[in-house]
Write a protein that binds this ligand. Sequence first.
Ligand SMILES: Nc1nc2c(c(=O)[nH]1)N[C@H]1C(S)=C(S)[C@@H](COP(=O)(O)OP(=O)(O)OC[C@H]3O[C@@H](n4cnc5c(N)ncnc54)[C@H](O)[C@@H]3O)O[C@H]1N2
Ligand code: MOO
Length: 442
Amino acid sequence: MTHPDSGGAAAAPAEARPHDGRPGHAPAHGQGHAHGHRSVEEHRGRLARLLAPLADRAAQDRSLDAALGTALAADLAAPLSLPPFDNSQMDGFAVCSSDPGTGDGAGPGRRRFTVAEPIPAGAAPPPLRPGHAAPIMTGAMLPAGADAVVRVELAVPAAYPPEGGSVDLPVVEAGTYVRRAGSDVAAGAVVLPAGTALGPAQLGLAAGLGLSMLRVRPPLRAVLVSTGAELAAPGRPLAPGQIHDANGALLRAALRESGVQARAVAVRSDEPAELRGALERLARGAERPDLLITTGGVSKGAFEATKLALDGHDVEFAHLALQPGGPQGLGTFAGLPLIAFPGNPVSCWISWEVLLRPVLSALLGAPPARRRLRAPLAEPLESPAGTLQVRRARLRPDGAVGLVGGPGSHLLGALAASDALVMVPEDVTALAAGDDVEVWLT
Ligand SMILES: Nc1nc2c(c(=O)[nH]1)N[C@H]1C(S)=C(S)[C@@H](COP(=O)(O)OP(=O)(O)OC[C@H]3O[C@@H](n4cnc5c(N)ncnc54)[C@H](O)[C@@H]3O)O[C@H]1N2
Ligand code: MOO
């Protein structure tokens, strides 16, 4: 099979051309996967079985800060209501809507009140007396006897006269600019179910409810191992033939953003014994992780260090009907789950987005699943038969999705310019501009 991997940014793979017969659809062969390649669903299933024991780790209590990116271990019931008390939505005057006021000469639709003691936010106000309006600030507790707030801009004068002075206010309905106790969250209600991934909004809610700790599923601890004799650390100059290790930074960031504690190490060698030694030290060291992820060395070259290093271990290698991200390995090493991603940076990203991330979402609740939608393609595309092709894209303001760069798995620049993935199903070999596609927002 020719891989678009070998092509340039714009070159379409030979097998991506439309076939005769049903335009844009590949003729059935085998299970519909190129050359009997394993389907993405099948591989995800195997990953899910491999990682299933990680869901059984004991829950932890974590500070809100440390809970970011993790998932709730149990339903969260609100210990109090939000708002906790009736309060004002505006700076203005608290009134009783049915109070006729002092009865003195305000105009039609208006009433005159005696100005009561002002109520700042944070104060416990005395009850509002008949004929009175109390200056009240946004967020301040509504006094007993008041049921509405009039914005200060509508008052005459449009200011806060001193206590004992008078003010003219328009007549308003009960409930105007009042934020009722419990109108957002009722005490006792389950506000976040178990498994909810904790992002800024969820942590803000927990804090608003007065919680400083949350019971969460413990974050995974992963070690990323970039492999390859060609790798130089970012920040170091390149010798001829070398490239900088992009996968460590890319995957570590993807994992950290998803609540996984990730360390990145590089084995800058194609010597299988070196990689095996490094993996053994990592697996048996004091900071034994929950998961090992390697990148590179899983294809068909003469120096596939990862494949060779894992020979004799319970790790299987397969080529998936997926591009980028075709060559994959998974199994166990020294009792730890090990996932072997291909070396190309975009292949790593797609392996994470399409394989590992959805499995972690389903298993642990964190990270949350990517949002998916359907959108019209801004331009035509071609895709290899029997392969789920994943193209990097941007969702445009007009709602269409535009491709960024070609299908090649080395196109880091295009990856960085994208904010979405377009899924081209296995049986589709060509799509026209305007055709609907599945889009994952990244
Ligand atoms: N004859 C065949 N050749 C290839 C096939 C195939 O089926 N038959 N598959 C191709 C596909 S698809 C992919 S993807 C790659 C996977 O290769 P490996 O996993 O063995 O990875 P490497 O050969 O080590 O590297 C591939 C590519 O990526 C660069 N790389 C590796 N590590 C990093 C890193 N940490 N940061 C940045 N770039 C990295 C490496 O230099 C290579 O250019 O195999 C195809 N070949
Ligand atoms: O296309 Mo490979 O599958 O570039 O990851």
